[in-house]
Design a protein around this ligand. Structure first.
Ligand code: MBD
Ligand code: FE
Length: 278
């Protein structure tokens, strides 16, 4: 198609907009996206059948609440990180702990604890006990007390509480407030990876792209404190075969900490082998 014809079509669909009405930002973004779409439809000769398939696909993805998964799988969240990393680099900012994506499964309002939290509302049977601790520091390496470390991960079925009604609300979701030395610690278990619902919209699209819809085992974090910018990040569980094959593109090599595995004897010596209590 002639570019002039495409441009005239774009002009036609914007012609009904009344100056000074509506929202300028929404107008700008919508019109740009439609312009890019029309150009793609022309360049790739996209048929009416293909467009209706896309329409029905999106309808179904919405019905099954999979837009968040598509957002991750199509790399949109990753691109936002690429953009923020680039902006930080331009400003000479270097994060000591890299950022990575939030994912679609965060829920605000998790129970809050000082210094230490047990993430399990109900004990996960047959799991490998996991302790993680650390210090929240500012850009000069000084500890930040009263920082909030929000942590969430899935159970051994790869499911997240709230989205999975078989778990108590906020199971495996906690907020930990750092102590006077900036320290936080939590007790949980080693989670497993996540897989998009088989046969669902995202899984189907991933297959059509010659991809899979799975994530390696990981734990999510928000780290925030008054007057500081919030960090959104994750860690990966070392040794997961999908560590560098994540459908959501979230793995960063610096975010795969070494896990020290202890025998029961060794664990006993640390005093950290007590059965789950609470
Ligand atoms: C997840 O657990 C997740 O973190 C992302 C990004 C996408 C799907 C499931
Ligand atoms: Fe996740």
């Amino acid at each position: 198609m002639d570019q002039a014809v495409i441009d005239a079509a774009i002009k036609e669909i914007t012609s009904q907009e009344k100056a000074g009405q509506g929202n300028e930002r929404i107008k700008e973004i919508t019109n740009r996206l439609m312009s890019d779409l029309f150009n793609a439809m022309a360049d790739l000769d996209i048929t009416s059948e293909e467009m209706w398939k896309a329409c029905n696909f999106l309808t179904q993805a919405g019905k099954s609440n999979e837009f968040g998964l598509l957002y991750a799988g199509l790399g949109i969240e990753r691109f936002i990180d690429v953009k923020m990393d680039w902006e930080d680099a331009q400003a000479g900012i270097e994060l000591k702990t890299p950022r990575t994506i939030e994912g679609p499964l965060y829920v605000a309002g998790a129970p809050e604890f000082n210094g230490f939290a047990e993430l399990e509302t109900v004990a996960e049977p047959d799991s490998e006990r996991l302790y993680m601790s650390g210090v929240v520091r500012d850009e000069d390496g000084n500890p930040i007390s009263n920082a909030k470390v929000e942590v969430w991960h899935c159970n051994l079925k790869g499911l997240y509480s709230i989205f999975d009604s078989s778990q108590p609300a906020y199971n495996l979701r906690r907020s930990i407030i750092t102590d006077a030395e900036g320290r936080y610690e939590f007790k949980s278990f080693v989670p497993v990876g996540y897989a998009c619902p088989p046969g669902g919209s995202t899984d189907t699209l991933m297959s059509l792209l010659g991809r899979h819809g799975a994530r390696p085992a990981h734990i999510h974090f928000f780290v925030s404190a008054p007057t500081y910018r919030k960090l959104t990040t994750q860690i990966n569980i070392e040794g997961d075969p999908l560590t560098f094959d994540d459908f959501a593109f979230a793995t960063r090599p610096e975010l795969v900490p070494h896990i020290t595995r202890l025998s029961l004897e060794e664990a006993k010596a640390t005093g950290k082998d007590e059965p789950y209590a609470s």
